[in-house]
Design a protein around this ligand. Sequence first.
Ligand SMILES: NC(=O)c1ccc[n+]([C@@H]2O[C@H](COP(=O)([O-])OP(=O)(O)OC[C@H]3O[C@@H](n4cnc5c(N)ncnc54)[C@H](OP(=O)(O)O)[C@@H]3O)[C@@H](O)[C@H]2O)c1
Length: 312
Amino acid sequence: MMKRVQYHRFGGLEELRLDDVPQPEPGPGQIRVRVRAAAANPMDWKIRRGEMKMLSGSRFPRGLGHDFAGVVDAVGPDTVRLKPGDEVVGVATIRAAGAFAESVIAEEKNSVLKAPSMAFEQAAALTLVAVTAWSGLVMRAQVRPGQSVFIAGCLGGVGRAAVQIARMRGARITGSCSAGGRDEALALGVSDVVDYQDFDAAGYPGLFDVVFDTAGKLSLSQCGGMLKRGGQSLHIVPTFAKMIGSLFSPRRRLVFGNPTPESLASIAEAGERGQLIPAIGRIVPLSEAIPALVELEMTGLPKGKLVVVPDQ
Ligand SMILES: NC(=O)c1ccc[n+]([C@@H]2O[C@H](COP(=O)([O-])OP(=O)(O)OC[C@H]3O[C@@H](n4cnc5c(N)ncnc54)[C@H](OP(=O)(O)O)[C@@H]3O)[C@@H](O)[C@H]2O)c1
């Protein structure tokens, strides 16, 4: 048996339980990972509230959490790259989830060897946010040296990764965050920092090759007005308008984090070089995960990543 944070129906924070469940067995193409660290993402509570049923499915009990780092302790048939004892990082599928647990099952294709110099906590905190930023800036927009990139929400999980990836690609970055984050954003490499409370998209006409709205607060037309000719806007918080809008113009892209072995390996390499570093707000043991998740969802704190580690 093992401990796992899970819930038995969609709903509020009161549905979360730390239950004893049977140790899961990996199926074809899957690995079982002894979790050394798992990180929280807004997706965790969107799924728990039942807002992503089309993707998550509705089978219960459902585990919580996707980002994990740990040690492989069993592999299923048809696995080719990873073996027991490997230190890995990855993203559990939306359907399976379950990273806030002593062990998690993951697809081998969504997992890679952890960067040797990164702590498990850092590796777990980086994965989904960096995969999402990578999918947008590298795989979609193919940001190049000298381009100008606007990142809305530049100190959030995805935004912070986006700033670091845009820097790696040689871009000049303008970013929005709350007023108190100005110095932190400048230190991260944002050249021009805007307080999002005072932000007026009309004040930035035709200035950017790429607008990356990580906070989901800008409209398609606001982003369009900020773009240079040939530029494109990237959106990671889908709405009906953005889904429809992205169908009719290659200048507007809905982006979904795609944890391929290639993107995960590039992120691990950038982490190893010290070019991609997450901000960790708080680390708690699994037995204290639920109160910490409640606090995060109710207050937005901690600002950096909430990371869950095994009990000692
Ligand atoms: N499509 C995908 O594959 C994918 C993947 C990952 C995440 N997401 C989604 O992307 C969103 C962001 O994820 P995250 O992990 O980065 O969340 P996060 O860490 O909570 O970051 C959100 C950031 O947005 C900032 N913000 C709030 N209002 C803003 C505004 N009006 N203008 C600019 N910035 C504003 C927040 O700043 P303050 O805290 O200072 O207010 C915070 O820094 C979530 O909705 C998440 O579900 C989608």
